[in-house]
Design a protein around this ligand. Structure first.
Ligand SMILES: Nc1ncnc2c1ncn2[C@@H]1O[C@H](COP(=O)(O)OP(=O)(O)OP(=O)(O)O)[C@@H](O)[C@H]1O
Length: 480
């Protein structure tokens, strides 16, 4: 996969490349300069053992620090930090507990990051993680700083990432139904992020982790963009709203008046510092592709009001992301917003079922040129019956609407996730209950099957299913 780009910062060195992760950590006795204030209720996680264990310890100790954790294994390293498998020291060790409560701890070397002028990215990630509470997004259990390190304790995903999972599939491709499942969960996660005023900007299979129950968790928020956003209800009523366009040639629908403004940090076409607040109004054209064509009793087409709670007007000019997943507007630097996440969703779904990304070429430069210029094409997919043929047609239609080079014409760019959820590819998805649906693969199932084995074997198995390429079975393993 192509290297990540961030034109705002020096990207020549990497935390992970220069440091021996476990050896380099501060001693467990080191004093924490601050501790978590994450006692606030986390409704969807509050009855989980992992959350409870941290809560209990915090109520006894007051503050949590590195010395309360036993680091078990290095899970992986990225541009801004290293992530470790860990558990609380007051919990039974994996030698004796067949079902240990595990966490993932992201450790960021703040001094090194400050030198590389990337501290802002770590801070952004910490702030974003602290606000998230969604089944398909990470739960931050605790965060604390030591003299040199900033530590984030999160939910551990034993299923590895979807890039590694795809490579394990027959012909290195997911089935269409598996791709639909993962894409649907990602749509919900992105919808929530957008409603929170966060543009993710780093969707790719490597950042989609698989929980122990097989559901997904988006990870890695250091490239994300935050803004303030005010949800608004666009009430559409044709008799009142039908107006002539300026050239009087064709009618269009506009938002009801008075219009509640969407507030974003950026105004299209201008450079801004984060925090600048501007107002944007929206014009909504009648959407012929809408799949919810309800009608009034007299047969007139009725357009349901749409709640647009996502920062569809947000614009940033940063050049961030991974080459194959970069949206055209990021490459041209003309300003980008939440539509970049819908572009990346198109690349993601394409890769899941075809085993490659649509614009990939022999080097990064030509890949970027392809993103800007090359028309979207699809490789042949063999189908065995009519139903499968129709599935492929819907899949391609969705991808084609997501990979529209003009962000203003891209599905999701005007009415947010609702437009995408209505697409025929997702017909039959129970959006409200997908959390209870059976995922394509369930790591926990194999763990339960192994209950008879010694706990050491179980934990070893768990680790072997971790983030594919990052795991090496011949590495020494420290339980303590
Ligand atoms: N909660 C988790 N459970 C299991 N593994 C995780 C978890 N969080 C991160 N990892 C793994 O740790 C590695 C590094 O994590 P992450 O991508 O967050 O670091 P980063 O420094 O922000 O990376 P990047 O360079 O992509 O920004 C990845 O391989 C990821 O799969």
């Amino acid at each position: 996969m192509a290297k990540e780009y961030d034109s705002n910062h020096d990207n020549t060195s990497s935390c992970s490349s220069t440091r021996n992760p476990l050896a380099d950590l501060p001693s467990f006795g080191s004093r924490c300069s601050s501790s978590s204030s994450l006692d606030a209720s986390k409704p969807h996680m509050s009855n989980q053992p992992a959350w409870q264990a941290i809560s209990d310890l915090r109520s006894v100790k007051g503050r949590l620090g590195l010395d309360h954790f036993r680091l078990l294994r290095h899970l992986g390293g990225g541009d801004i930090g290293n992530v470790y498998l860990c558990q609380l020291r007051n919990q039974p060790s994996p030698h004796t507990d067949p079902d240990p409560t595990l966490y993932a701890m992201k450790v960021v070397d703040t001094d090194a990051l400050a030198n590389r002028k990337k501290l802002g990215r770590a801070e952004t990630e910490k702030e974003i993680l602290a606000t998230l509470d969604h089944p398909f997004l990470p739960t931050l259990y605790a965060e604390f700083d030591t003299s040199h390190y900033s530590c984030l304790v999160m939910e551990f995903c034993p299923g590895g990432d979807l890039y590694a999972a795809r490579l394990r599939q027959p012909r290195k491709r997911f089935s269409i139904s598996a791709a639909r499942f993962y894409a649907a969960e990602i749509v919900l996660a992105l919808e929530y992020l957008h409603m929170m005023g966060i543009v993710y900007r780093d969707l790719k299979p490597e950042n989609v982790l698989v929980r122990d129950d097989g559901h997904i968790m988006l990870s890695d928020f250091d490239l994300s963009l935050r803004c303030n956003v005010v949800p608004q209800l666009l009430t559409l009523d044709p008799p009142v709203l039908r107006q002539r366009s300026p050239d009087n040639s064709r009618s269009q629908l506009t938002c009801a008046s008075p219009l509640h403004p969407i507030i974003s940090c950026f105004t299209p076409g201008k450079k801004h510092r984060p925090g600048t607040i501007t107002t944007t109004t929206i014009t909504v054209q009648a959407d012929d592709n809408c799949h919810h064509d309800h009608r009034h009793r007299d047969g007139r087409r009725r357009l349901d009001p749409d709640l647009v709670a996502e920062p569809v007007g947000l614009r940033s000019r940063s050049f961030v992301g991974t080459h194959e997943y970069l949206a055209p507007e990021v490459i041209t630097g003309g300003g980008h917003g939440s539509a970049v996440d819908w572009w990346a969703l198109g690349v993601f779904v394409y890769e899941m079922v075809h085993g490659t990304t649509p614009f990939k070429d022999e080097n990064n430069r030509t890949t970027l040129v392809n993103v800007l210029k090359k028309p979207l094409t699809f490789p042949r997919i063999g189908v065995s019956d009519r139903k499968e043929y129709e599935e492929v047609a819907k899949l391609r239609d969705l991808i084609s609407r997501l990979l529209v080079k003009d962000p203003r014409k891209r599905i999701g760019s005007r009415k947010g996730a609702a437009e995408i959820k209505r697409h025929g590819f997702f017909a039959g998805v129970n959006w409200a209950l997908i959390r209870s649906a059976r995922p394509p693969e369930v790591p926990r199932a194999s763990k339960l099957k192994d209950r008879g084995e010694s706990c050491r074997q179980v934990v070893k198995k768990q680790r072997e299913s971790l983030v594919g390429s990052n795991y090496q079975t011949n590495q020494p393993f420290d339980y303590f």
